[in-house]
Ligand binder design. Structure first.
Ligand code: AMP
Length: 217
């Protein structure tokens, strides 16, 4: 290792994942010194002098970790399925930001026969899901408001994350298949797992312990 000891760097996104990570970070004695909603800084120091946070877009977390710009990251399983997980280990399910990735259609219509047109942000995992089932799909990449697509004739179905189901219901949609259970995962850069073995393992051990305590409470 070089003479200068680099801090362990953890990539995390703002919003639900960050907020649901805060109790865990506090238990690790690594609470951030500022909340990203109150700060424009994208690198946040924590109570732990050896650990810092990078604030990045949720879909970018695996990329930062894959290329080693961050040693660790917190990413939704949806994002990991779409990224493919190259260069990453996924050792821990943090059991936060839980929801379902689901296939939904306009209420009462069911899935049409034949080639299906699916609008989604999750093009890669939608293709993989249907390929594994021998069903032909055409995917249409959208960046948001997927729920609109069936009612305006852009697609037969959508693949999106569903939590309470309120967004689907408000747009006249219903789930026809629950595809994947989603939650946030701790991911680790494969090289960091070897080169910073002790420190990464220490974080993993402390996270595992905190999750076990929480499960018992
Ligand atoms: P709901 O109306 O409660 O079913 O929530 C659905 C909306 O919230 C959709 O727009 C989803 O993309 C988003 N959503 C739900 N759960 C999550 C999650 N765990 N992570 C990111 N977005 C989510």
């Amino acid at each position: 290792m070089s003479a200068k000891r680099h801090k362990l760097t953890v990539a995390v996104s703002k919003g639900r994942i960050f907020d649901e990570c805060l109790p865990l970070l506090s238990k690790l004695k690594a609470a951030p010194v500022a909340h990203p909603d109150d700060s424009r800084r994208l690198v946040l120091a924590t109570e732990d002098a050896d650990l810092r946070l990078l604030i990045v877009r949720a879909a970018d977390v695996p990329t930062y970790v894959q290329y080693g710009a961050a040693d660790l990251g917190v990413a939704g399983k949806d994002v990991l399925l779409e990224h493919g997980g190259e260069g990453l280990y996924e050792p821990l399910d943090l059991r936060i930001a839980r929801c379902t990735m689901a296939l939904a259609v306009l209420g009462g219509t069911g899935l049409p026969e034949g080639r299906l047109r699916v609008a989604t942000k999750y093009v890669r995992c939608t293709r993989r899901y249907f390929a594994a089932r021998g069903r032909q799909v055409e995917t249409i990449k959208l960046y948001g408001s997927m729920e609109l697509a069936p009612s305006v004739g852009l697609a037969d179905a959508i693949v999106d994350l569903v939590d309470t189901g309120d967004t689907l219901r408000a747009n006249g949609l219903e789930i026809v298949e629950s595809m994947y259970d989603i939650s946030s995962r701790l991911v680790v850069n494969k090289a960091a797992m070897k080169m910073k073995h002790e420190r990464v393992n220490d974080v993993l051990r402390r996270c595992t312990h905190a999750l076990q305590v929480e499960a018992r409470e």
